[in-house]
Design a protein around this ligand. Structure first.
Ligand SMILES: C[S@@+](CC[C@H](N)C(=O)[O-])C[C@H]1O[C@@H](n2cnc3c(N)ncnc32)[C@H](O)[C@@H]1O
Length: 292
C-alpha cells in the first residue's frame, strides 16, 4: 500500500470481521489463557486486561525476541541478601540466570502476566509489579490453580519496587511491559533508562562484573512494550470529531493521563537510545528497542 492509511476498517461490521479473521489466523493461545480471560471478564475491572488477541501478539513478540542464555550459576547463600518483607521470596532465590526474564509493570489479576509466563516457558521468569494486594492475591491464586511456577509478584508502588529490586537482580530483563498508571508512564521510561546505563555490564552478579560496573534493569537490545499509548485515539485527537471524547455530555478521559501519554510518546520517539514503533492497534501499543 502506498498510503499510510489502513483500508481494513471501512466500517464497524467489516472491522469486526477483519479482526476476527486475523485472530483466527494467528497461532492460537493456550487454552488456560483463554479460560482465564473469560473468568477475568466477570471482574468489575475486566477492561483493565489486554485482549486475547493482544496477548497473542505479545507472546509472539516475546518469542521473536528469543532466548539465547540458559545458563545456571552456582547457588549463593540466600542470607547474603537483605530481606524486605514484600520481596522475601524474591531474594530467597538462589542465583540462577533464567532463560528469559520479563518485567511487567501493572499486573492486575495476572492475565497478561500469564501470557508472558507461557511465552518464556518454565525456564524463563516473570516479575509482575502490582499496587493492589487484592489484585495480586487473585493473580497468585490463578497461577497456583494453573500450576504456573515462573512468576513472582511484588506488591507495592512499581517505581519503589523497581528501585529496590535493581539492587538484587542477577541479570537484566529482556523485555519490560508497561501497563500501569498512565500518569507515571514518563517516570517509568526515565527509570528504565537511568537504571540501564549504556555499556553497563549485562550480568548483574557482583562476582562476575568488573569494578565500577552498575547493575542494569533492561539489557542492551531489550524490548519495551507500552500499552494504551493512543487511548482510544484521544491522544492523537480528543476533539469532538473523536466519538470517544464525550459520553453523556462528559469527557471520558483525564487531562493529566492524556498529557502524560503525550509526554511519554514524545520521549519514546525522541530518545536516541531507543528505536521505536507505535502500533495503532487495540488501544495503541508502543514498541521500543534499547540500543545500548
Ligand atoms: C491496566 S491494569 C494491568 C492489566 C494487566 N497488565 C493485564 O493486561 O492483564 C493496570 C494495573 O496497574 C496497577 N497500578 C496502578 N498504579 C500502580 C503503581 N503505581 N504501581 C504498581 N501498580 C499500579 C493497577 O492496580 C492495575 O491493576
Amino acid at each position: 500500500m502506498f498510503s499510510n492509511e489502513t483500508p481494513l476498517y471501512p466500517n464497524e461490521e467489516v472491522a469486526q470481521k477483519v479482526t476476527d479473521y486475523a485472530y483466527a489466523h494467528s497461532t492460537p493461545l493456550p487454552q488456560h489463557l483463554i479460560d482465564y480471560h473469560a473468568e477475568g471478564g466477570k471482574h468489575e475491572r475486566a477492561n483493565y486486561m489486554i485482549s486475547n488477541m493482544q496477548a497473542q501478539f505479545q507472546i509472539f513478540m516475546a518469542k521473536v525476541m528469543g532466548a539465547k542464555r540458559a545458563k545456571k550459576l552456582p547457588s549463593h547463600d540466600a542470607s547474603l541478601f537483605p530481606i524486605f518483607s514484600p520481596l522475601i521470596s524474591y531474594f530467597q532465590r538462589p542465583i540462577i540466570l533464567t532463560k528469559f526474564p520479563v518485567l511487567e509493570i501493572g499486573t492486575f489479576i495476572g492475565y497478561s502476566t500469564m501470557g508472558w509466563a507461557s511465552a518464556v516457558g518454565p525456564s524463563g521468569h516473570v516479575t509482575g509489579l502490582e499496587f493492589s494486594p487484592e489484585y495480586a492475591q487473585l493473580a497468585t491464586e490463578a497461577f497456583a490453580k494453573n500450576n504456573i511456577n515462573n512468576i513472582e509478584i511484588l506488591v507495592g508502588d512499581a517505581q519503589e519496587s523497581i528501585r529496590t529490586l535493581i539492587h538484587h537482580l542477577h541479570q537484566p530483563y529482556d523485555l519490560i511491559f508497561i501497563d500501569a498508571d498512565k500518569s507515571s508512564y514518563p517516570a517509568y521510561l526515565s527509570l528504565i533508562l537511568s537504571l540501564s546505563p549504556p555499556n553497563s555490564y549485562p550480568i548483574n552478579v557482583p562476582s562476575l562484573s568488573y569494578p565500577g560496573s552498575h547493575p542494569r534493569l533492561l539489557r542492551p537490545g531489550g524490548l519495551i512494550i507500552a500499552d494504551n499509548l493512543l487511548r482510544r485515539g484521544l491522544v492523537a485527537d480528543s476533539s469532538a470529531a473523536n466519538p470517544w471524547s464525550m459520553r453523556n455530555g462528559e469527557a471520558t478521559w483525564k487531562e493529566g493521563d492524556l498529557n502524560a501519554l503525550k509526554e511519554f510518546n514524545d520521549a519514546f520517539v525522541g530518545e536516541k537510545r531507543i528505536e521505536s514503533f507505535m502500533l495503532p492497534l487495540w488501544d495503541g501499543v508502543g514498541l521500543g528497542r534499547l540500543r545500548d
